[in-house]
Design a protein around this ligand. Structure first.
Ligand code: URP
Ligand code: ZN
Ligand code: ZN
Ligand code: ZN
Length: 419
């Protein structure tokens, strides 16, 4: 078998930074040390050699809000790889009444064109004996995490009794429940009120989902998980209220994990005030972007360890799809992209600004989620025997992300590329 050596770089992991060559054979790391030789030698002088990014929250070609998210496994995983993400975890979404295993077959059929590693979470979108039974079969397939939507009333939302039943089942199976934590009943009521008052534009999406809606649901999910005796993973935690609930639970000794998105860390609610309807609608996602206070809280959580993972929730829609919601913001498909740019944005706004160390960067983009999802040390590590999912990041080579002219408020944002 031929060997490849990444030579002369600085290995950066979640806990160590050191100079070493890395030898790869058959897709695995076989040796780490000085002066290694191989059939192919890649010069990494001046570069950082890090575990490939894992994005645990993507929606590729997902049926949602009357359409399908625009990136599929072909385009989505190419985007991931070009930005240094080598593993994605997508959400398998059963229709109401559909067996989880049937839904999984459908998801398996979507992945033929994938160019990076992938896995699935299973969503629990309804409850019944069939779901109870299927959950064991899903775990038997190696899928050990179950997502629950506390929002999207009338579609994906599950109620508290269903949450408790599913969390209890997760506890029995040794599985990890995930929650989209927003109070779907209150969101629906606020949406009605805003529409009745004539607030039909994309900015009303944000008004209908204030931080309290998220804080309440996060607290509720944590309490229900505690009663069910199971850990909990809170996806797209976007507010100080959600972070506070997670922090408090962890201080009490509960295994509760929080996942901010790169979008919430770097974009704020001002995006919805843009007079260009398309601009604002393209940024409609749930939870919405928030003000600076919330962003600062999320950054602090990543640095202090009360939040563990930075994901994207990549769920891209074209402008034509977003325009389904002209005249009624409730019909704008919820979701934004980020898969290609997560690492470079977090490097620029996290590491280059001093908010995160390089080791913390690796922890929150790769190692922590590998441990939470039982992929470690196959993934998330530079160790002999680990998968050779490696990012070589050249801090001197730039990748520039510019705002479209209509939204350019300060200057161009420039970001260091990971390749
Ligand atoms: O707005 C979002 N986040 N769309 C994707 C589905 C979800 O809620 O994660
Ligand atoms: Zn969600
Ligand atoms: Zn999502
Ligand atoms: Zn791999």
């Amino acid at each position: 078998m031929t060997t490849t050596v990444i030579k002369g770089g600085t290995v950066v992991t979640a806990d160590l930074t050191y100079k070493a060559d890395v030898k790869i054979e058959g897709g695995r790391i076989t040796e780490i040390g000085p002066d290694l030789a191989g059939d192919t030698v890649l010069d990494a002088a001046g570069c950082y050699v890090m575990p490939g990014g894992i994005d645990p929250h993507v929606h590729l070609e997902m049926p949602f809000m009357g359409t399908y998210s625009a990136d599929n496994f072909e385009s989505g995983t190419r985007a991931a790889l070009s930005g240094g993400t080598t593993t994605v975890v997508d959400f398998c979404l059963p229709e109401p009444g559909q067996s989880l295993m049937d839904a999984l077959k459908r998801w398996d059929n979507k992945t033929a064109q994938a160019s990076c590693d992938y896995s699935f979470h299973m969503a629990v979108t309804w409850w019944g004996e069939q779901v109870f039974d299927d959950m064991a079969a899903v775990v038997g397939r190696g899928i050990n995490s179950f997502k629950h939507f506390m929002a999207y009333k009338g579609a994906l939302m599950v109620n508290d009794d269903e949450l408790f039943a599913s969390f209890t089942r997760c506890a029995a199976l040794g599985a990890l429940p995930l929650v989209h934590a927003e109070n779907g009943d209150v969101v629906a009521a606020l949406q009605e009120k805003l529409m009745a008052e004539g607030n039909t534009g994309p900015e009303a999406h944000a008004y209908s989902r204030p931080p309290e809606v998220e804080g309440e649901a996060t607290n509720r999910a944590i309490m229900i998980a505690d009663m069910a005796g199971v850990p909990l993973y809170v996806v797209h935690a976007s507010s100080e209220e959600a972070h506070e609930a997670i922090r408090r639970a962890r201080q009490k000794g509960m295994r509760v994990y929080g996942e901010p998105l790169i979008q919430h860390l770097t974009l704020d609610e001002g995006e919805y005030a843009n007079p260009d309807w398309d601009h604002a609608a393209r940024r409609v996602m749930s939870p919405p972007f928030r003000d600076r206070k919330h962003q600062d809280s999320l950054w602090a959580g990543l640095a202090s360890g009360s939040l563990q993972v930075v994901a994207t929730d990549h769920c891209a829609f074209t402008t034509a799809q977003k325009r389904f919601g002209v005249g009624d913001f409730r019909k704008i498909p919820n979701g934004t992209g980020g898969l290609e740019d997560r690492l470079s944005m977090l490097w620029t706004y996290g590491v280059a600004t001093g908010r995160l160390t390089m080791n913390e960067f690796v922890a929150v983009t790769s190692t922590n989620i590998a441990k939470i999802l039982n992929m470690y040390p196959k993934k998330g590590a530079i160790l002999v025997g680990s998968d050779a999912d490696i990012v070589v990041l050249d801090p001197k080579r730039g990748k520039t992300i510019t705002r479209p002219p209509s939204s350019r408020r300060s200057t161009t944002t420039s970001s260091r590329a990971s390749r």
